[in-house]
Ligand binder design. Structure first.
Ligand SMILES: [Zn+2]
Length: 157
């Protein structure tokens, strides 16, 4: 089971990006990155990466150049993707498109969906509001029990 440690700053930065998208009525996605050298959980999140993206009210897409830039960044900084976090205009859930177009595709990868463009999301309620999914060995996105990752995601100050 994947666990992570993230800072309040990680949550603040993430909320800022998601809200900025919401202000113009569009979804946003960010990636939470951890050092490649962190080989077992809990993974420390050291960067909130916002890839170049094409967005609309109910989807986001990463053009090929954006994926290439992401890979170059990961290699140069020796980082890896632990989780993707994106906003929805309404309820938080993994849509069929989210299943298909997930940027992270490795077993144990996390995908968090934040409802209502993060308008009422704070670091304190982040993981209660988020619908959290983990990619299983069978390549299926499995929702974390009770909709929250309590005990699975630590927040450090
Ligand atoms: Zn979605």
């Amino acid at each position: 089971m994947t666990t992570i440690n993230c800072s309040l700053q990680t949550l603040d930065q993430t909320i800022d990006v998601l809200r900025a998208g919401g202000a113009v009525g569009e979804e946003q996605v960010v990636l939470w990155l951890a050092p490649l050298s962190a080989v077992r959980p809990p993974y420390p999140i050291v960067e909130v990466y916002r890839p170049n993206q094409i967005t609309d009210v109910d989807y986001f897409k990463l053009p090929r150049e954006s994926l290439r830039a992401l890979m170059t960044h990961l290699r140069a900084k020796r980082l890896k993707i632990v989780a993707q976090v994106h906003s929805h205009p309404g309820q938080a859930f993994h849509s069929k498109a989210d299943d298909e177009w997930a940027i992270v595709r490795h077993e144990g990868a996390l995908s968090l969906v934040i409802p209502r463009f993060a308008v009422s999301t704070t670091p304190a309620n982040f993981f209660e509001q988020a619908a959290t999914y983990e990619l299983s060995a069978q390549n299926e996105w499995v929702r974390a029990p009770s909709g929250g990752p309590s005990g699975r995601i630590g927040v450090t100050m």
